[in-house]
Ligand binder design. Structure first.
Ligand SMILES: C[S@@+](CC[C@H](N)C(=O)[O-])C[C@H]1O[C@@H](n2cnc3c(N)ncnc32)[C@H](O)[C@@H]1O
Length: 178
């Protein structure tokens, strides 16, 4: 799935599957959001909202905040909304429906503490382009299955681009804005 449009068909076929981050990555997301005292989080690729629940729980335990979630499959958005309501976290989550390249192109907060990349892998760099100027120094970036996005890995692994970055476990790239 290397093309920038293949993902529409690919994720359309997978619309009934949650495709969640691993349990360990969920815990990592909670830990990172707590430890950087996150108040403002952006998530690319929400699906049923498993990763979102971990991040929003951290916002709650940090005293509140705002999480922008993005998803283009309407049935997944319904399901995620129900999960956020049942989890008592809906007040912390804004779900932007549609292609994240559009929905994240405006209306971003001035300061973002944590970015999760878990949508179409071919778009990681383009999503980062939209968000990068808002990332505060020390902000965390978590990219799931980033091996499928070599251009993203090259970018965050080059310190001159303003990141420190390490592979984390088998499937996650953990980076920090310097
Ligand atoms: C791997 S799943 C996300 C799983 C979720 N982060 C979790 O851990 O529960 C990827 C999701 O991103 C969505 N997606 C992919 N590309 C997208 C795009 N360009 N805009 C919005 N959503 C997208 C897909 O529909 C799919 O539901």
């Amino acid at each position: 799935m290397r093309s920038k449009t293949d993902h529409l068909e690919y994720y359309g076929r997978l619309k009934d599957f949650p495709l969640p981050v691993s349990r360990e990555t969920g815990t990592l997301l909670y830990m990172l959001a707590r430890s950087c005292c996150a108040r403002s989080i952006v998530e690319f690729g929400t699906s049923f909202g498993i990763s979102t629940l971990h991040l929003a729980a951290a916002l709650r335990d940090n005293g509140g905040g705002h999480l922008i979630a993005t998803e283009f499959e309407p049935s997944k958005i319904d399901r995620a909304s129900k999960n956020f309501t049942e989890g008592g976290l809906i007040d912390l989550v804004e779900i932007r429906e549609g292609d994240a390249l559009q929905t994240l192109s405006s209306g971003l907060p001035d300061r973002i503490d944590l970015l999760l990349l878990d949508g179409a892998k071919a778009l990681y760099c383009e999503v980062l382009d939209l968000v990068e100027s808002r990332l505060r120094p020390g902000a965390f970036l978590v990219a799931d299955n980033a091996d499928y996005s070599p251009d993203y890995l090259a970018r965050v692994r080059s310190p001159e681009n303003g990141y420190l970055s390490v592979p984390f476990a088998a499937d996650v790239e953990l980076s920090m804005r310097t």
